[in-house]
Every structure is written in structure tokens, then in C-alpha cells.
Ligand binder design. Structure first.
Ligand SMILES: *Cc1c(COP(=O)(O)O)cnc(C)c1O
Length: 366
């Protein structure tokens, strides 16, 4: 039985008629940048997930960049973040001339360890950029306590955590600014690039709205330095079709995760921890095993697709070699990169496919 790591075609086949009708309407109205579809999507996103307001942008990297502009980070400032994430989490910090300082993660949740954040503070620390990795909320209570004590700006990268809750509250509005990605492989994916920014602080939201369109409130008048971070009309149109399905798709991911947690029995496997404070939306289901490469090859022979997410932590990437956080400085993140293996977890997987993944893992003897 073949189990692909990810297959986007089934989901898009199921909504094809509705999706193409929405895209056609947008095409016919030539609503190509922002406009009614994006306005409606922002409203829908806010009401569906419980945000006061939301701003559509042209990638998930864009709101991270805008968030760092809103925070006022700049040369000489340090922003503490996780080394175990997609590179984009750190880009915004670098774009504004500040310095990412990587603090180690917890082995159980793959997220920032609050104690390691506290240990990384210096007089130059201006903010914390939290990532709710794989859909699992980070320990926000402890992180916010550090932030409050040291007057730090908190950005939440929710690119993988749309719909996730921390102590009942949606992620993204616990800190100062939250960001999302609608890259096609995300839990809510567009038909191209897309992202969003949320904030419980209205003044930040207003400033972000101006930054999104070249620092402008009124056309050709530019009060602050901005950029082009606008969402396409087509993305708004497709995401409006998909958003009503997100709840069911997320439930299915959680059901599959529960089967994996319950069924995987292979000795030496470390399963992702599920703390009681929140609810993961399982963008990934990532296990650890000391013989990871052999396990991966074994699964490939049984036609089970897997991926290494992420094979190299950020502090060991060439682009950040100048920061001087070499191998050995963040042992949990490094050990995780060396042993992690992400399993197939998309809503359209059948029960039989999930059972095949579990049986295959449990039969590994290598
Ligand atoms: C996908 C992703 C991003 C960036 O999103 P893009 O839409 O690809 O720019 C940022 N952070 C994390 C954790 C992501 O997974």
C-alpha cells in the first residue's frame, strides 16, 4: 500500500467546482490585489478563529518581516528565537538589521524552552520570536512571564499552527503580533503564496495595514516606511472557499495523530509530547529514533513517504555562521535534527493508510 508523505491533489479535487467558480468571479472582476475577496477572507479568518482582526499578506515570511518592523527591532538589538524551525522564522529579524539569538528547545514539544530563553537574555535583548512548531503551541505562560519582566516584544509565528489553542485562546494574540502562512502545503493552503498578520493591539494592526501598502493610508502619501506586502485577490477567493473546511480537516489530522500516538510501539521511538495546556493542529507528526535513517529507508521500501523536518537547525546554517553559535551549543535542537522523522499526516489519508504506517514502523527491526 502506497502512503505518500503529502498529496494536495485530493483536497483540491474535492472543492474544484466551487474553487474555480470563486477564482473565475475574481478574474472577471479583475480584483487582483487586495479587494473584496481579501476583505472577506480577513473577516472570515478573524470570526472563524477568534481574532479581533486580521490582515492578508503575500506570504508567511511577509508578516514576520512586518512584525519585526512594528517591534522597532534594529541594529544592535537581539531577538531570542528557536533554532528548530523553518528558516523564514528568523528572516524578519535579519531583514531589519537585528540579530537572532537561538535558544535551545524542549525535547518533548520541539518548541522553545522558557528556561533557555531566560538564560539567553542580555541587555540588548528586545524581543522573543516564538514558533508554534508542527502545530503544537509553545509554553506561552512561561514565555510571556519572561517577556513582561524584561519588557520584550513577542512575535508568534503561527505558520504551522492555524486553529491551535493555548489554554483555550487562539495562538497569535497572546503575544504582540501573530503571523500565518498560506503556502500550499500548510494546514490552510492557498493556490500560490499567502500569509496573514493578527494582533490584539489595534495600533499595531493599523500600522501594519499602512506598512502593507508602502507605508500609506492615502494613495501617493507615505507617512511611514512600508513595502508591498499585499495579498492577491485569487488567494482571498480560494481561501474563502477552503476556510469553512479547516475545522473538519484539523479534526482529521488530530484523529490520525491520536492513532499514531496510540499505535506506534516500536522500542526506542520517542513520540511528540502533548502537554495539557493546549491542543496541537498537527501540521506535522514528528517522531525521533536513534536509527532514523535506517527506519526511513525501511519505510520507503514499504512505500511509506517520510520527510526530515528539519535536517539542519538554524544556528548551523551557513547563512548564520557569523553568529558564532556553532555545533554543540544547542544540543537538544542538534540531537532532534539528527533523529527526527516526520510521518504522513494530511486529512485525506485513509484509515487503512494510517494503519499501514503504524504496522510498518512497529515491524522495523533494523
Ligand atoms: C511556512 C513557514 C513560514 C513562511 O511562510 P512562507 O509562506 O513560505 O513565506 C514561516 N515560518 C514557519 C514556521 C513556516 O512553517
Amino acid at each position: 500500500m502506497k502512503v505518500p508523505f503529502l498529496d494536495l491533489s485530493q483536497q483540491h479535487k474535492a472543492i474544484r467546482t466551487e474553487a474555480l467558480a470563486a477564482l473565475t468571479a475574481t478574474y472577471d472582476a479583475t480584483r487582483f490585489c487586495l479587494g473584496k475577496d481579501v476583505d472577506e477572507f480577513e473577516q472570515n479568518l478573524a470570526t472563524t478563529l477568534g481574532y479581533p482582526r486580521a490582515l492578508g499578506m503575500n506570504s508567511g515570511t511577509a508578516p514576520l518581516h512586518v512584525a519585526c518592523m512594528l517591534a522597532g527591532f534594529g541594529a544592535g538589538d537581539e531577538v531570542i528565537t528557536t533554532p528548530f524551525t523553518f528558516i523564514s522564522s528568523a528572516w524578519g529579524i535579519s531583514y531589519v538589521g537585528a540579530r537572532p539569538v537561538f535558544a535551545d528547545i524542549e525535547a518533548g514539544t520541539y518548541n522553545l524552552d522558557p528556561a533557555k530563553i531566560a538564560a539567553a537574555l542580555t541587555p540588548r535583548t528586545k524581543g522573543i520570536l516564538v514558533v508554534h512548531l508542527f502545530g503544537q503551541p509553545a509554553r506561552m505562560e512561561e514565555i510571556m512571564a519572561v517577556a513582561r519582566q524584561h519588557h520584550l516584544f513577542v512575535i508568534e509565528d503561527c505558520a504551522q499552527a492555524i486553529g491551535a489553542r493555548y489554554q483555550g485562546a487562539p495562538v497569535g494574540v497572546i503575544g504582540d503580533v501573530g503571523t500565518f502562512s498560506f503556502y500550499p502545503t500548510k494546514n490552510l493552503g492557498g493556490c500560490g503564496e499567502g500569509g496573514a498578520l493578527v494582533s490584539r493591539r489595534e495600533e499595531l494592526h493599523t500600522r501594519a495595514r499602512h506598512i502593507r501598502v508602502h507605508g500609506s493610508d492615502r494613495r501617493y502619501y507615505h507617512d511611514i516606511i512600508g513595502g508591498n506586502f499585499r495579498m492577491d485577490g485569487f488567494q482571498g477567493a480560494l481561501l474563502n472557499v477552503k476556510l469553512p473546511h479547516l475545522g473538519a480537516w484539523t479534526k482529521r489530522r488530530q484523529t490520525i495523530a491520536a492513532r499514531y500516538l496510540d499505535g506506534i510501539r516500536l522500542a526506542g521511538v520517542r513520540l511528540p509530547e502533548q502537554p495539557a495546556y493546549g491542543q496541537s493542529v498537527f501540521h506535522q507528526f514528528t517522531i525521533r529514533h536513534s536509527r532514523r535513517d535506517a527506519l526511513r529507508e525501511f519505510l520507503a521500501r514499504r512505500e511509506v513517504g517520510t520527510d526530515l523536518i528539519y535536517p539542519v537547525p538554524l544556528h548551523l546554517q551557513k547563512c548564520y555562521a557569523n553568529l558564532g553559535q556553532g555545533r554543540g551549543t544547542l544540543p537538544v535542537a542538534e540531537g532532534t535534527s539528527d533523529t527526527c522523522l516526520s510521518l504522513p499526516i494530511f486529512p485525506e489519508l485513509t484509515d487503512e493508510q494510517v494503519a499501514h504506517v503504524i504496522a510498518s514502523i512497529n515491524s522495523f527491526t533494523g
